[in-house]
Design a binder for this molecule. Structure first.
Ligand SMILES: Cc1cc2nc3c(=O)[nH]c(=O)nc-3n(C[C@H](O)[C@H](O)[C@H](O)COP(=O)(O)OP(=O)(O)OC[C@H]3O[C@@H](n4cnc5c(N)ncnc54)[C@H](O)[C@@H]3O)c2cc1C
Length: 469
């Protein structure tokens, strides 16, 4: 251990810090891994140290220490981020927040809870359910992702239209700034009191502060959740039907509409059937029944055919299964690394004006063809404006060339989305993968964002290289 880090270790319990060869290899990479299209290095590097803080004061003293020693801080939640937001460099101290997992309070009458940032979302939801509440935020990664990571990326999950993004649910938070000071914002449901400070820490990937706790809105467990699956032959008709469902004033709790394309490259079953829609409503029995009555009219107009209930049940039951594929099966190796070793698999998640979605679909499919990348899915999730496109290409004899080709396709597709008035990413954040595009996304706003960063973190101690900083 270097002299500098021994100094840090003296302030911590022995089990709270690892350095050198004691650092588990899993901290080299989050879920942005070798199978993605990119020109960035595939393999990560060991950080200088990993620290497991037990309290906000621990976080504050480690951040102060890092700033004094010229090291950087990389906050780490579940490491499920898909953009490399938690990827360390050799001079980073990774702060694994997962020992800070206490629920400080649950206020049943006010539908809110305060918890430490390292709590896993599923654990928080389980605690809330014992009091008749549910967290609401329900990403695919719920069994592994943490509250702090979800706030850091401003993620969105199933139910995101009804309940908002993770950031929308935050009423107030506690964060440690780059100088080690602690800021706590007032957890009010609304306030018109100038700059909304909590927003500085939502979606900024730990670059402006380390979130140590948050008070979040929770929701009463609904009396009824009812999800059905439909087959809709014509994708544009399905999209138009969904627009009407939302314009009627309905607030679906689940909406997932995707067309799939057959592909010879993907290492799993690829369907070539008509697009499938999963649609669901939640609330009192009366509300759910009334919502289905209104939706039925719109679904009929799109010639939607209801599928067997077991389809919808299986979809809902297995919605989190994919995250376990990202668990380690050997030091530093996940099942996804093994499973996807012969392909480059990537995706774009863009928020587009509804009127541009079909134009985007046409041009992005043509872009992929030009780059010899196969589309495997195109659809909308949670609301009709949130569009995803998944793609794959075999690695072939030249892995680096395949990664470059997919990266070039993703780049062109994203630029097309931006030219149509879209945002380059609606769910996973910027991390290192999309950092180079942030100037195109924010325009002159990037310089403003950088001035805020310079004011709060002049030495760039907090997660450098992420979120465009
Ligand atoms: C299979 C799969 C499915 C996914 N599905 C979804 C989905 O449905 N919806 C969705 O939104 N996301 C999804 N994700 C992405 C990912 O799970 C989310 O971004 C999640 O919110 C990250 O949480 P985490 O705790 O793992 O954060 P990490 O990956 O550890 O970190 C994410 C970012 O937040 C920062 N950070 C972590 N903790 C803190 C903190 N306490 N304070 C400040 N910054 C912090 C990190 O430095 C990093 O920049 C999926 C990922 C995978 C692998």
């Amino acid at each position: 251990m270097s002299g500098t880090l021994s100094e840090l270790a003296r302030h911590l319990d022995p089990g709270q810090i690892a350095t050198g060869s004691a650092i588990p290899p899993r901290y080299r990479l989050d879920a942005f891994r070798a199978h993605r299209g990119s020109t960035l290095p595939e393999a990560g590097v060991n950080p200088a140290a990993v620290v497991w803080p037990g309290s906000t004061e621990d976080v504050s003293s480690v951040v102060r220490f890092a700033a004094d020693a010229g090291l950087s801080i990389v906050p780490w939640g579940g490491g499920t981020g898909l953009m490399g937001g938690a990827r360390p460099s050799t001079d980073s101290i990774v702060l694994d927040m997962r020992r800070m997992r206490r629920v400080r309070s649950i206020d049943r009458a006010s539908n809110r809870a305060t918890a430490e940032a390292g709590i896993v979302l599923e654990a928080l939801d389980r605690r809330l359910r014992t009091r008749g509440l549910t967290l609401g935020h329900d990403p695919w990664s719920r069994p592994r992702a943490t509250l702090g990571g979800a706030i850091g990326t401003n993620g969105i999950g199933y139910g995101g239209y009804l309940r908002g993004t993770m950031g929308d649910q935050v009423l107030g938070l506690e964060a440690v700034l780059a100088d080690g000071s602690i800021v706590r914002t007032r957890p009010a449901v609304r306030s018109t009191t100038g700059l909304d400070l909590k927003r500085l820490f939502i979606g900024t990937e730990g670059t402006l502060g380390v979130v140590t706790a948050a008070t979040v809105r929770a929701f009463p467990v609904p009396e009824r959740e009812e999800i059905h699956a439909f087959s809709i032959r014509d994708f544009p008709k399905g999209l138009a039907c969904l627009a009407r469902v939302y314009d009627d004033g309905l607030a679906p709790f689940v909406m997932d509409f995707e067309e799939t394309f057959p592909s010879s490259s993907i290492p799993w079953r690829s369907d070539d059937g008509p697009p499938v829609l999963y649609l669901g409503f939640a609330g009192s029995r009366e509300l759910v029944a009334a919502s289905w009555r209104v939706a039925a009219r719109r679904l009929r107009a799109a010639a939607a055919r209801r599928l067997a209930d077991r389809e919808a049940r299986a979809y809902w039951r297995t919605r989190h299964d994919i995250i376990y594929v990202h668990d380690e099966v050997a030091p530093g190796v996940t099942r996804a690394d093994q499973f996807l070793k012969d392909v480059i698999f990537d995706y774009v998640h863009t928020a587009l004006p509804r009127s541009k979605i079909l134009a985007f679909r046409r041009s992005s499919l043509a872009i992929l063809q030009r780059h010899r990348v196969q589309p495997i899915g195109f659809g909308v999730w949670t609301q009709p404006e949130l569009v995803s496109l998944e793609m794959v290409r075999s690695v072939g004899p030249d892995r680096a060339a395949a990664r470059r080709a997919v990266a070039a396709a993703v780049d062109e597709v994203i630029r097309r989305a931006m030219s149509l008035g879209g945002s380059m990413e609606y769910v996973h954040g910027v991390g290192v993968k999309l950092a180079y595009l942030l100037g195109d996304e924010l325009g002159a706003g990037l310089a403003v964002a950088r001035r805020v960063k310079a004011a709060l973190d002049p030495a760039n101690t907090l997660n450098p290289g992420k979120a465009g900083f």
